[in-house]
Design a protein around this ligand. Structure first.
Ligand SMILES: [Zn+2]
Length: 90
C-alpha cells in the first residue's frame, strides 16, 4: 500500500522527514530537518510513490501460474456442495 505516513528518509543523512500539511503543492520542496539539504519536490515524491506501487503490483502478478490457479479452482469446486437430486428436477 501507499506510504500513508508520508515519511521520507533523507538520502544524505538518513534522517526521517515527513510531508506536513493537508495538501502540499507539486512544487513544494522537502528539506531535511537534520542536515537542511534538499530531499525532493512533492511532485517527484508522488511520482516515485506511484512507480513503487506499480512495481509492487506487477511483481505480485508476474509469477502467477495459470495452471496452478486452475488446479486450485478445480479443488475448490470439487469441495463445493453438490446440488441434491430434488433441486435437479426440471
Ligand atoms: Zn538529512
Amino acid at each position: 500500500m501507499f506510504n500513508l505516513s508520508r515519511e521520507v528518509t533523507c538520502p544524505h543523512c538518513s534522517a526521517i522527514n515527513r510531508w506536513e500539511g493537508n495538501d502540499p503543492q507539486p512544487e513544494d520542496e522537502l528539506t531535511c530537518l537534520r542536515c537542511r539539504r534538499f530531499i525532493t519536490s512533492h511532485e517527484d515524491y508522488i511520482h516515485s510513490l506511484v512507480k513503487q506501487e506499480v512495481s509492487r503490483t506487477m511483481q505480485r502478478y508476474a509469477y502467477r501460474s495459470v495452471s496452478r490457479d486452475l488446479s486450485l479452482l478445480k479443488l475448490a469446486l470439487m469441495d463445493a456442495p453438490r446440488p441434491s437430486v430434488e433441486t435437479l428436477s426440471y
